[in-house]
Design a protein around this ligand. Structure first.
Ligand code: MLT
Length: 314
């Protein structure tokens, strides 16, 4: 008779994740996995590892209720929902899955750009309401336009490739991009003010930090071309929403495509209901492929970490 398995490590998966991606954990010996929100997970003292996406916020208060916790794993890129300082204080390692959703996010950004410049959501809604209004939805071609990419990490790099395939010009602002790498990738780069003044479409791909919060604001949006299009599929708040509404209302910004918002779920009707705004509910990384990738990546890393190996993406 087989001995009943005694779990050495208890893992809480607090947000919904790809079941297939979690297999390394679900099938591991000496590991017990609970899939439940923090409020429904029973005694929090028992858990050694916590897996989250964006729904769970890891605060100092939560960490102090999890004394056994050794690692928080974010199945995604942004760790802005984790109090990193508090985690460090509690001796808890924080890891993420930095590249599992790069392609999905770049593709969603591209889809948003096409939707925005061709009025696809508005035209779709009009047709479905029984109208056939061909005059109202004249769009703008991508070919020959300059795409300004603010933040040139993994996602920005993939986006640039796709933009070039559409015969767009690409101009990048990223203070961390070296001249050598830009040259190797065949990418033109410039200071923020230059990118703002030249680009026809501007998309942001930075994390949300104290330096990038409100990067596009009353002052900086004023430096953009009249008729500019703005896209944010990175983090709510990089484009200041009050400033964006101001420039949408006075027509300086021709349109905006937003997947992320300062507050989520987004409730600002003046912004999401604006006729020139295309909005999606933070779904850029929501594909089968990306969700499998990020869940598998953090599962593997958590397992290795609990087995005494160093964390890679911390
Ligand atoms: C990320 O940070 O990876 C994305 O915003 C997707 C998500 O929130 O899961």
């Amino acid at each position: 008779v087989a001995e009943p398995k005694t779990a050495q490590f208890h893992i809480l998966v607090a947000d919904t994740m790809s079941e297939e991606g979690l297999l390394p954990l679900l099938e591991a010996d000496h590991v017990e996995v609970t899939q439940a929100s923090v409020d429904n997970a029973g005694p929090l003292e028992q858990y050694d590892a916590l897996l989250i996406r964006s729904a769970t916020t890891v605060t100092e208060e939560l960490l102090s209720r999890m004394p056994r916790l050794k690692i928080v794993a974010r199945a995604g890129v942004g760790v802005d929902n984790v109090d990193i300082q508090a985690a460090t204080k509690h001796g808890v390692v924080v890891i993420n899955a930095p590249d599992g959703n790069t392609i999905s996010t770049a593709e969603h950004t591209f889809a948003m750009m096409c939707a925005l410049l061709r009025n696809i959501p508005q035209a779709n809604a009009s047709v479905k309401s029984g109208k056939w209004d061909r005059k109202a939805y004249q769009g703008t071609e991508l070919r020959g336009k300059t795409l300004g990419i603010v933040g040139f990490g993994r996602i920005g790099t993939q986006l640039a490739k796709r933009a070039k395939a559409f015969e767009m010009g690409v101009l990048v602002y990223d203070p961390f991009l070296t001249a050598e790498r830009a040259e190797k990738l065949g990418i033109a780069q410039g200071e923020l003010d230059h990118v703002l003044s030249v680009a026809d479409i501007i998309t942001v791909h930075t994390p949300l930090t104290k330096d990038t919060k409100g990067l596009l604001n009353m002052e900086t949006i004023a430096k953009t071309k009249p008729g500019v299009f703005l896209i944010n599929c990175a983090r709510g708040g990089i484009i200041d929403e009050q400033a964006l509404k101001h420039y949408l209302n006075n027509g300086h910004v021709a349109g905006a495509a937003l997947d992320v918002f300062t507050e989520e779920p987004a409730t600002d009707k003046e912004l999401i209901g604006h006729p020139s705004v295309v909005a999606t509910p933070h779904i850029a990384a929501s594909t089968k492929e990306a969700q499998l990738n990020v869940a598998a990546q953090v599962s593997q890393e958590v397992l290795q970490f609990l087995n005494g190996e160093p964390a890679l993406n911390s």
